[in-house]
Design a protein around this ligand. Structure first.
Ligand SMILES: C[S@@+](CC[C@H](N)C(=O)[O-])C[C@H]1O[C@@H](n2cnc3c(N)ncnc32)[C@H](O)[C@@H]1O
Length: 247
C-alpha cells in the first residue's frame, strides 16, 4: 500500500491516541449503539450485506461492535498509533495501515464506512473525490457506502468552546477545545491535562484542520465515484450521514 503526503494535521499520535477512547466515551459517545444503528442502516440498503470495511477506523471501536453483525470486517487507518490500538482490541480483524486517498486492498466489501467526520481530513475537492473513488472501488455490486461528514459551512458554529472531564482507569483527564474558522476549514485546538495519583500532571495538545465541505461538495464526490447519494439528517453526532449506493 502506498502513502502520499500526510493529510494536514493527521495527528492522532502517541499520548493523544492513548487518551482517545477514554475521552470520547467519557463524553458519552456510544460506539455499541452507533454500530447497531449502522448495521441496521446497511441492512436496509444492502440486504444480505456480509462484509464491511471501516476506513479511518481509529482505535477500532466501531469494528469491535460490528464484528458480530458481519461475516468479515476489516479496517484502514492512517495513524500507526491508532491502528495499534485497533489491532490490540480486534486481534482477529485485519486493520491495514493506509491512506483513504490511495489505499488498495485485494478484496471488495458489501459496505464501506467512514465515521466520526474522518472524511473532513481531506483538504480539498480533489482529495474528497479521491477518497470516495477508493471507497467505491472497494464496493461489491449492490453495496453501500456510509460517510459521516464534518459540519457544513452553514451548520458550523465558529468560536465553539468544548470542555469535558473524564475519570477513568485511575486518570482524571480534562479536555478543552476551541474551534475557529480558518481558510474554509475548522481549526480545532485541543488541550488535555492528565492527572494520576502520585504522578506529575501532564499537558498534551493537538490541532486539527477539518475541511468545511458543503453538502454539494460531498454529493459531487459521490456522483463522480459513480454512487447515487442521499443525505440523512441527524446521524451519530448530529452532523448527518451520506449514504451511497452504486448507480
Ligand atoms: C475523529 S477520528 C475517527 C476515528 C474512528 N472512525 C471513530 O469513529 O472513532 C479520525 C481518524 O481519521 C484518521 N485519518 C485521518 N486522515 C486519514 C487518511 N488520510 N486516511 C485514513 N485515515 C485517516 C485519523 O488517524 C483518525 O484515526
Amino acid at each position: 500500500m502506498t502513502t502520499t503526503e500526510a493529510p494536514a494535521n493527521s495527528g492522532y499520535a502517541g499520548g493523544v491516541a492513548r487518551l482517545y477512547d477514554l475521552v470520547h466515551q467519557g463524553k458519552g459517545k456510544d460506539y455499541a449503539r452507533e454500530a447497531t444503528d449502522l448495521a441496521a442502516l446497511i441492512a436496509s440498503r444492502a440486504p444480505g450485506a456480509r462484509s464491511l470495511l471501516d476506513v479511518a477506523c481509529g482505535t477500532g471501536l466501531h469494528l469491535e461492535h460490528l464484528n458480530g453483525a458481519f461475516d468479515r470486517v476489516e479496517g484502514v487507518e492512517f495513524s500507526s498509533d491508532m491502528r495499534d490500538i485497533a489491532v490490540r482490541r480486534n486481534p482477529n480483524v485485519p486493520v491495514h495501515l493506509g491512506d483513504m486517498r490511495d489505499f488498495t486492498l485485494d478484496t471488495a466489501f458489501s459496505a464501506v464506512t467512514c465515521m466520526f467526520s474522518s472524511i473532513g481530513h481531506m483538504r480539498d475537492q480533489a482529495e474528497l473525490d479521491a477518497a470516495l473513488a477508493r471507497f467505491a472501488a472497494h464496493l461489491e455490486p449492490g453495496g453501500v457506502v456510509v460517510v459521516e461528514p464534518w459540519w457544513f459551512p452553514a451548520t458550523f458554529t465558529p468560536g465553539f468552546v468544548g470542555a469535558s472531564i473524564t475519570e477513568a482507569e485511575g486518570k482524571t483527564i480534562s479536555r478543552v477545545s476551541h474551534s475557529r474558522l480558518e481558510s474554509g476549514a475548522t481549526r480545532i485546538d485541543v488541550h488535555y491535562l492528565i492527572a494520576e495519583p502520585g504522578q506529575d500532571i501532564t499537558h498534551l495538545s493537538e490541532t486539527h484542520l477539518i475541511t468545511l465541505f458543503t453538502r454539494d461538495a460531498y454529493e459531487r464526490a459521490f456522483a463522480r465515484a459513480g454512487l447515487a447519494v442521499e443525505f440523512q439528517e441527524g446521524g451519530p453526532s448530529g452532523r448527518g450521514l451520506f449514504i451511497g449506493t452504486r448507480e
